[in-house]
Design a protein around this ligand. Sequence first.
Ligand code: ARG
Ligand code: ZN
Length: 869
Amino acid sequence: MNIAANPIIEADQTVYLKDYQKPSFLVDSIHLDIQVYDEHSQVDAVLELTRQTDGDLVLLGRDLELKSVVLNGQQLSQEQYTLDAEQLVIRNAPNQIKLETSVIIHPESNTQLEGLYQAASDLFVTQNEPEGFRKITFYPDRPDVLSVFTTRVEADKKYPVLLANGNLIEAGEAGEGRHYTIWQDPTKKPAYLFACVIGDLAVLKDRYVTSEGRDVALEIYAEEKDIPKCHIAMEALKHSMRWDEEHYGRPYDLDNYMIVATSAFNMGAMENKGLNIFNTSCVLADEEYTTDAAIMRVQSVIAHEYFHNWTGNRITCRDWFQLCLKEGLTVFRDQSFSEDLQSAAVQRIDDVAVLKAHQFPEDSGPLSHPPRPDHFVEINNFYTATVYEKGAEINRMMATLLGKEKFRKGTDEYFERHDGQAVTVEDWVAALTAGSGVDLSNFLTWYNQPGTPKLEAEGHYDVAAQTYTLNFKQSLKAHPKYPNLKAVPIPVALALFDAATGEQLVLNSDSLFENAVKDGVYLFDQDQASIVFSGLSTKPVVSLLRNFSAPVNLEFNYTDEELAFLIQYETNGFNQWQATQTLLERILLNGHDAHIYIQAIKNTLPDLVAQDPLLASRLFDVPSEGYLGSRIDTDYEPVKIQEQRNALIEKLARELGEFCKDTYLALDPDLQKEFSQAMGVRALKNIMLSMMARQGDETAFELAYQQYEATANMSERLGALRVLVWNDAPQAEAALHDFYQRFKDEALSLDQWFTLQAAHPCATTETIQYLTSHADYDLGVPNRIRSVSGGLNANPVNTWSFGVDHFIGLAKYLDEKNPIVGSRLLQVLSRWYTLAEPQRSEVKAKLEALKPQVKSKNVSETLSSMLSI
Ligand code: ARG
Ligand code: ZN
């Protein structure tokens, strides 16, 4: 096959959901023997298989050097099977099979970070989701084949740590300076949850006793110097274990739970049964080295992977189209967990901000797909914001609608019905329906169609009748691949306020909605509907879609005064924040008056700072250039957006000048007892400092430098450094140099040093060149690549000028070396078609020119989709 000449994805490479067929054989057990050497590794596997349906025995395998195949004791000759680059097929296989294979693999030169790979000079780890296991041994590598794994791991003693899933049942000498361990995992699992680790690592140990009385050994493995940075993760793990018992009735089921940290990892982390493997960025957390935001992320990812034990591992996916079954549900669970750790309003704000900044644009462009796609070429390309974040929103909507008690009955039913099975999205919705007694089947529409619904609302007050009527209308933009788009069920949470007093009113509605739900949540599931509220002697102020009760684009023409009112009086923190965002967007894009916003902030802040400082800090969020750009579908000019946004910030800084200084000087995070409060104070101080600097206050640089030097906290240090560097303060160079010296041996902190410079508002192609040719830049470490690329992309003017070559260059370079990461980085350019000419055509030509130069399914599929608009 000559794909280099014509890399257009061939039709037969596309996999369709409608073609799903049961596997012809199930694997009753697998015994793996993995022997790691410097120059290669050998993997011997013994599989016991039982026929389930007619058909060939298909064993998937990629990059495996086959040494021998023995079937029921008989060595097979090459005529007895067919072998190609993707599979080994045995025709006319008997119904009961014992299959023994032996293969050679090369983890020491595996740069794709998939399968078994060498992650550092003294560490080998695995990443098998979704299809990495086939790079370890021949196997029916699909999630609906569950088996009992026994694993022997053997290596040189220079690697003292030899881990695999389940219980350690044996360990010993293997001669020639080598040793081995044998692990048995009692729970049946699909191959994507298999893991092993071979290396030289230190460990932090703890214990946890489950609600059932099981005493679980907890272990976090990391480099010796990083062990002190594992305590926050350990506490988060214990907290997650308790939380899942209390909120979902789900205790842990093994006697040990291990987490291994590595800096060479494509994603955040992986939920392998009893042996999670984590990107260091999602485990290591210490105030001295880690920002508050990163600490929050560590806790949520620890929880996420732990929660997968029930939603993902014990109940898994039938096929990869169902990915959002486990990911959407698990993200919803980790978001709920995080809402208990900090200001719930801010957690929701952050989650929605991610949704709007990533998922909404994805869903409005050429990469748009349903949360449950119905076809793909490369499943790795579908670990997307749509599958994860929109998937989570669908679960949240159902949970909102059911309320706590019924939702719990629904999830109990799901665990009761499907424990130990590989299931579908339909199974999940059916179990929720049966358990709760509420028919949720029309939520399947959300899973099956792409696009962000538009929700248009209008309100009318009738003085004579003393009624307030809300009319709703929903619509979806036509999609070429999905012609039959249907209305979706939209839970609308709302409140009415007395315009004079700011008090929330009791809702008295004569609803025309089919399902009016209590607590101000209305289910709107038709194309159009209205609600009439009665007994209102004055026109109320309405607050719609409280807590962002559905992932839709709401259009409602609030007056600026109403938005200012909501900033002051709305008790739902999310909608309070949303009002600031809507108002700021208008000031920015439509030239509305900024004073209304400034006055509302001044009125609101004093009380809020005392109550929820983090929420207070978020009221200063100015929509990012990237987000604003993503709202523009044609003739997008990044420079224009940048100018408008800068003008707004200057204006706010000028108007709020003294106020910022007073607030900055009055705040002290050290006076806060709770981490979450202190985090809020730090965030607010950093914003005040950057406003002061923006305004040209000379003392701002001195205060920033003092803050930089005096603190031992990363959020304070980095916040101060950012103010100095981004404003080209006289102290900037010294501080940058100092930061480098302090943290040059701390990869994650150094990532921040790279990001901060790449994201400088005036960063140029030279800045990026300097960073990417720095001795500490490393194209083999995804975290380091992302530190620069992410910083660059914080500035869309740069993304769409010299950034185009940067991202295309990376996609080309990584196409073979690490296609998962290459494909993701290329997606940064997916909205090229919205640009104004001539940029649009220039970028398009560059993307077209890349086509014949890439051959991985990952990058090719992404590129084809991007150009298909
Ligand atoms: N299941 C992991 C998680 O979300 C993500 C694994 C993604 N891996 C990949 N190769 N795309 O927790
Ligand atoms: Zn996950």
